[in-house]
Design a protein around this ligand. Structure first.
Ligand code: AHG
Ligand code: MN
Ligand code: MN
Ligand code: MN
Length: 337
């Protein structure tokens, strides 16, 4: 059978009334930007793209030292999305405020949210990184979209996806009709559908968490992980394995492929920040992809997609993956409260 390109997949979805021509254009533009980021990431030391963006003076709004590739990827996404006429504004992990489409270009009805380079501490060790994106509708009647227009619950996302820059480059996408995986054919320069309708196994024996934070967790999270580590003789009655890519895209990709639970819980390291991961750029898009693949995503207490965002860079605890395991972890928290 002929291979199905991303373009063909989107055109067929459009024929079935699953997306508008504007959303199709938007997703194609994002995919094209990801190809450019993939090329930049792939050059590594030869492209002069490794290391930090400034001499210690490039701190982003998250309080993190920006890597050169954080900035390059952000610029690629902004530039690619400026002229198509499909967007009203963009918001990024790397920018304090949302950015309207520049003057001189037509404005459309969608809002694009992105983490241009996820797992950027992996860049300098040549390990997997990714791009995460989410698409929202611009509220009716808004002519100049600002930060407040982005503050919509994750369940209103019209599309979400990520691109994984690993041994191969993969785009994983949902428009609310299942989660589908495409692999970049580097010779052809196009994304090809390699796994339609991903399904996350309901049960798992694999968890992903940064164990070095254990002493900072709250009691129900401590109890949950203690019971995982107790193995066959503990209350869970089975042995668990652990994996940690240190790039959420890599961990979520593993979970979409073979199941598991990914956790970045609340911790007391910085009491002002309820967890490390960002609701708009990381938690919401990944929650949509995971739910569309039959998994679950909560904060340990509530469904992520039901949260009403209060600020663009808001952080939330994240528990996502195999449904039974996310439900179990959530029960530990709710029983404790
Ligand atoms: P980013 O590079 O976009 O700032 O995100 C990094 C995030 C996420 O990708 C990953 O799961 C987590 O940080 C890793 O955190 P640790 O440093 O605690 O391992
Ligand atoms: Mn960052
Ligand atoms: Mn990230
Ligand atoms: Mn990032």
């Amino acid at each position: 059978m002929a291979s199905i390109s991303l373009t063909r997949h989107l055109i067929e979805a459009q024929r079935q009334g699953q997306l508008t021509p504007d959303l199709q254009l938007l997703l194609e533009v994002v995919a094209r930007a990801c190809k450019r980021i993939s090329v930049a990431v792939g050059k590594g030391a030869l492209g002069g793209v490794l290391g930090e963006a400034g001499q210690g003076d490039s701190i982003n709004v998250q309080g993190e030292a920006q890597k050169k590739l954080d900035v390059i990827s952000n610029d690629i996404l902004l530039e690619a999305n400026a002229w198509g006429g499909h967007l009203a504004a963009c918001a990024s992990e790397e920018m304090e405020h949302s950015q309207p489409i520049p003057d001189g270009f037509p404005r459309g009805n969608y809002l694009l949210v992105f983490d241009p380079l996820d797992g950027s501490s992996n860049i300098d060790i040549n390990a997997s990184v990714g791009t995460i994106f989410s698409v929202l509708r611009c509220p009716d009647g808004v002519t100049a979209a600002g930060d407040a227009d982005f503050l919509q619950p994750g369940r209103t996302q019209v599309a979400a996806g990520y691109c994984l820059y690993g041994p191969s480059t993969m785009l994983v996408l949902t428009i609310g009709h299942g989660t589908h995986a495409f692999t970049l054919d580097r010779e052809q320069g196009s994304f090809v559908l390699t796994k339609a309708d991903l399904r996350i196994p309901q049960e798992t024996r694999e968890f992903a968490v940064n164990m070095s934070n254990q002493r900072h967790w709250e009691p129900p999270m401590q109890a949950y992980v203690d019971d995982l580590l107790a193995g066959t003789s503990g209350p869970r009655g089975k042995d668990f394995n652990m994996r940690w890519v240190a790039a959420m895209v890599g961990d979520v990709h593993r979970i979409l492929t073979r199941g598991g639970i990914f956790i970045y819980p609340w911790d007391a390291k910085d009491p002002g920040k309820p967890g490390k991961l960002r609701l708009m750029y990381e938690a919401n898009p990944m929650a949509m992809l995971v739910e569309q693949a039959g998994g679950a995503a909560t904060t340990g207490r509530e469904r992520i997609l039901d949260l009403q965002p209060t600020s663009l860079h808001q952080r939330v605890p994240v528990f996502l993956g195999s449904k039974d395991e996310v439900d179990a972890a959530t029960r530990y928290h709710l029983q404790h409260d």
